[in-house]
Design a protein around this ligand. Structure first.
Ligand SMILES: *Cc1c(COP(=O)(O)O)cnc(C)c1O
Length: 222
């Protein structure tokens, strides 16, 4: 396994390059996705200077969090079953996978604080992917205004699994456009300033298209 420090250096350089063409470049935060690695490896990530950690199962999140007793920022990036909400919702700093009203209802009920949520959109329309269709995102976000514990900080998507960069870029661009539409609604419950997009294979494209959080597993800690 390569040193995380070295991987991070390469990733940071590529992010910087991707930002070069952007007039007023956004700040980009790297989430180390540790779902496939041990707690020890996650600790190495923190030692390498990473602050944001991402997990996609309640078990993985709780196990790592109990052993890593410092000030990491915890991101839940997997799809979340409603019956698992109470286990994790007060343990995390960000949820990246809000994709249905019943989940929002359960979160609002169980939350002991305001929960920072990304609404997950399935921009590419792939059957296998979670998330709301483009048309559903705005009405969904409006419907959440009633939930005082839910704060929509941004939108999240996963690009399709393809080699075709143009297709990937288009998905990220569409998410950015959708985000702007949400911003324009001026809802106090949905400032929606963040874009969670880009993984090991496509984070450079995501940054070029405006990502503020990239979620990187394999290329960083794998
Ligand atoms: C696993 C996962 C990632 C990281 O994927 P890599 O290709 O290993 O970088 C990012 N986002 C989500 C939602 C994931 O499940």
């Amino acid at each position: 396994m390569a040193k995380i420090q070295k991987n991070l250096q390469i990733i940071n350089e590529k992010i910087e390059q991707a930002q070069n063409g952007i007039e007023r470049a956004q700040e980009v935060k790297v989430i180390a996705v540790t779902k496939q690695v041990s707690t020890e490896r996650a600790m190495e990530a923190i030692e390498a200077g990473l602050i944001h950690l991402g997990e996609n199962r309640p078990e993985g999140l709780l196990a790592k969090k109990s052993e890593i007793n410092n000030s990491a920022v915890w991101h839940y990036i997997g799809s979340l079953q409603s019956r698992k909400v109470k286990q994790v919702i007060n343990e995390i700093d960000y949820l990246h996978s809000l994709d249905r009203f019943s989940l929002a209802e359960e979160i609002n009920k169980r939350a002991q604080k305001t929960i920072n949520c990304f609404v997950q959109a399935n921009v590419s329309g792939e059957q296998s992917k979670h998330g709301l269709s483009k048309d559903e995102v705005i009405p969904f976000i409006k419907s959440l205004e009633q939930f005082e514990n839910i704060h929509i900080v941004g939108l999240m998507t996963m690009a399709p699994n393809t080699e075709d960069e143009a297709i990937i870029r288009n998905v990220f661009r569409e998410l950015k456009n959708l985000q702007q539409e949400v911003v324009n609604l001026n809802l106090p419950s949905a400032p929606c300033q963040e874009l969670s997009m880009g993984m090991s294979n496509d984070y450079e494209i995501a940054v070029e298209e405006g990502a503020t959080f990239v979620r990187i597993g394999t290329a960083l800690v794998g």
